[in-house]
Design a protein. Structure first.
Length: 243
């Protein structure tokens, strides 16, 4: 009797949990990418889903260009990441929301891109986040091992974003204050998105100008292994002789 009662309770609990999962998947948000079949998304390559499988050939080709761009910069294979490529405003609104965002990376495990972001530049921007977040790990991302300005500036550099405004000394100084991702929105509001991303990229370009891309990759590896980012950056920039 007790065994049967326990079995019924476990079955009931399983149904409740399953029902909650289904209900959550039906709500707007990034969690939709984890139950693609319930939301009308089709797998077109390992870990890659879309709302329009008829465009799979073009999507896979575009993604391959972005992956090649990121691979060339980091000189390493990309970690596996689940991606949802939305070709319609409806898909984008349900997974990313109705705002102007073209794509978003969640930790190093999920990337969602809307229809206006389905190009090598935006895709490689998001994939750069995946690589850097994978290097620092979830706790490193939480504690801000790499400041937000560096994360966004590096992604803008890797993606070869030519839409941005490098800004002036004041804009770059403002950007250096943007340590956490919770501060990023205020920086964008103050400088505009072109100015914010442009100033962040200009700060990364200053580092590249001193020791090249190879030197920047080495710095990233040292910080990922436990070195302090600010100390490493200061030591790098100190190599530039005044005058």
């Amino acid at each position: 009797m007790i065994k049967n009662t326990l079995k019924r309770a476990l079955v009931g609990l399983t149904l409740v949990i399953g029902g909650v999962g289904v209900a959550a998947a039906a709500l707007p948000g990034p969690q939709q990418a984890y139950l693609p079949g319930l939301n009308g998304y089709t797998q077109i390559a390992p870990h890659i889903y879309t709302d329009e499988p008829a465009q799979s050939e073009v999507l896979i080709s575009t993604l391959a260009q972005a992956q090649a761009r990121v691979r060339a910069f980091y000189q390493e294979d990309l970690p596996p990441v689940r991606m949802l490529l939305c070709t319609t405003p409806r898909c984008k609104a349900r997974s990313l929301g109705a705002g102007p965002v073209k794509g978003r990376t969640y930790n190093s495990t999920l990337v969602i891109v809307g229809p206006k972001g389905l190009n090598p530049m935006i895709l490689s921007h998001e994939l750069s986040h995946v690589v850097l977040h994978g290097k620092e790990g979830p706790m490193g991302l939480w504690w801000g091992v790499f400041p937000a300005w560096f994360d966004e500036g590096l992604a803008s550099l890797v993606s070869q974003d030519d839409r941005l405004d490098a800004g002036d000394v004041a804009a770059r100084a403002r950007m250096l204050e943007t340590r956490r991702f919770s501060d990023w929105g205020a920086a964008v509001q103050a400088l505009g998105w072109r100015g914010a991303y442009g100033a962040a990229m200009a700060l990364v370009e200053e580092m590249v100008a001193v020791d090249g891309v190879e030197g920047l990759r080495a710095l990233i590896d040292r910080v990922s292994a436990g070195a302090d980012f600010d100390a490493e950056r200061a030591a790098l920039l100190a190599q530039v002789e005044p005058g």
